[in-house]
Ligand binder design. Structure first.
Ligand code: ZN
Length: 412
């Protein structure tokens, strides 16, 4: 159930994810929270006694009521800010790009629209697309199919094909990306699953090229995120002050300290490597790729621990790019939990911390007056859900603070 930009909702006596033993009255007008106050004692029956097991409240407000009613009984329900996935590829339909090129364009578009819908339904209301989605295509999909997903966009991925062609080439290419409407520059600074493990941290760009791209993006008001499994590209990223490092499984503790000092965030995208390493996994990759993914998995928990210890801001991102994965984004929460983060920390990584990384912490990622009313409503306490499937199935409604018109730049 997606409730788009509600004109008015008053939700009485609802829990907010992460705040124990309190209930709230929340009012939304024209897609924004206008008031969030603690429910007065006795005004509403206190929610079911605290429980340590996950049981969804089937009798509470049914899903369609979220669309129709203006006044809603929130008892037995939990609200979270809409989740922010900092690393997706919404336009991709296949792990291997050659497979996407073989598909009929109409089929590709249908699959892309399905990815938008599946992502919203799982409570992800904002994504930062990490490459492959032109802003004009994003607008078209949002508007035509009516899926009001909020999208920050990189469009192009600067990588091996952009190296050794001179600074003029990088400048020209960056100007094209700016003109496309993208607000981020994505740099593929190291190899990935396509590279042998012993070479994967070698820098793709020269230091001069890398520094130019970051400086030029910042001069033009764009933010920068850097795909880097490890190595010197991470040092350059700290020096240049990029917004975030992606993947980073071979991050050292020393580098983590420098990222923290330079206020560079870390988006591990940890679950995708587990999925890639799994012989029974949905990606069904050849053994050589699975083996590389397994090396990444071995290292990732340490990288997350280094980042946590140094005080690096950690953001939620999935790197999901196929129909089996779009809509299963909440898996990343459980991987981060396995890697030593707390419930509070994983939830922040996908809400307030992610909003901060986007530079939008004044309007996203928090349930407070004045913020956009992007929100997810659960029929049980998400902290008690034992798996992605349990958590996903407990979603009662997803609210968006904007509608598809506002989120597309297409002319009427
Ligand atoms: Zn990616």
């Amino acid at each position: 159930m997606i409730v788009k930009k509600p004109a008015f909702k008053s939700i009485r006596g609802i829990s907010i994810v992460g705040i124990a033993d309190k209930l709230f009255d929340i009012e939304i007008k024209h897609g924004r929270f206008v008031s969030v106050t603690e429910t007065e004692q006795g005004a509403t029956a206190i929610a079911s006694a605290p429980s340590d097991s996950f049981s969804t409240n089937a009798s509470s407000t049914n899903a369609s009521e979220w669309e129709k009613a203006e006044i809603i009984d929130g008892s037995g329900l939990w609200m979270s800010p809409g989740l922010i996935d900092l690393h997706t590829h919404m336009a991709w339909t296949d792990f291997d790009h050659a497979d996407q090129d073989k598909r009929d364009p109409a089929e590709v578009e249908t699959m892309q629209a399905q990815a938008f819908e599946a992502t919203l339904r799982t409570g992800v209301t904002t994504v930062r697309d990490a490459g492959g989605l032109a802003p004009s295509v994003a607008s078209h999909l949002v508007r035509t199919y009516g899926h009001p997903l909020r999208i920050d966009n990189a469009s192009h991925m600067f990588g091996a094909a952009d190296t050794s062609l001179g600074i003029e080439h990088l400048k020209r290419k960056a100007d094209e990306v700016f003109a496309s409407g993208a607000n981020w520059i994505k740099i593929m600074a190291t190899g990935g699953l396509g590279a042998p493990t012993e070479k994967v941290t070698d820098p793709v760009f020269s230091e001069e090229e890398f520094a130019f791209l970051v400086r030029y993006a910042h001069e033009n008001g764009r933010k920068v995120f850097v795909h880097a499994w490890g190595g010197v590209s991470i040092d350059w990223s700290a020096q240049a002050g990029v917004q975030s490092i992606e993947h980073g499984m071979f991050l050292t503790s020393d580098q983590a300290s420098r990222l923290a000092e330079a206020n560079v965030a870390f988006v591990p995208t940890a679950s995708i490597y587990r999925i890639a390493a799994d012989p029974q996994g949905v990606l069904a990759l050849p053994p050589v790729i699975r083996e590389r993914a397994a090396r990444a998995v071995e290292a990732h928990a340490n990288a997350v621990a280094h980042a946590q210890k140094a005080g690096v801001r950690i953001g939620f991102g999935t790197d999901y790019a196929t129909p089996h994965l779009h809509g299963r984004n909440l898996q990343e929460l459980y991987t981060l939990l396995d890697y030593g983060m707390t419930h509070q920390e994983i939830w922040s990584s996908a809400t307030s911390e992610a909003a901060h990384i986007l530079g939008r912490s004044d309007e996203l990622g928090t349930i407070a007056a004045g913020y956009l009313a992007d929100a997810v409503v659960f029929a049980a306490d998400p902290y008690l859900a034992k798996s992605e499937a349990q958590l996903r199935q407990s979603i009662k409604a997803v609210l968006t603070g904007s509608d598809e018109k506002e989120l597309s730049t297409l002319a009427d």
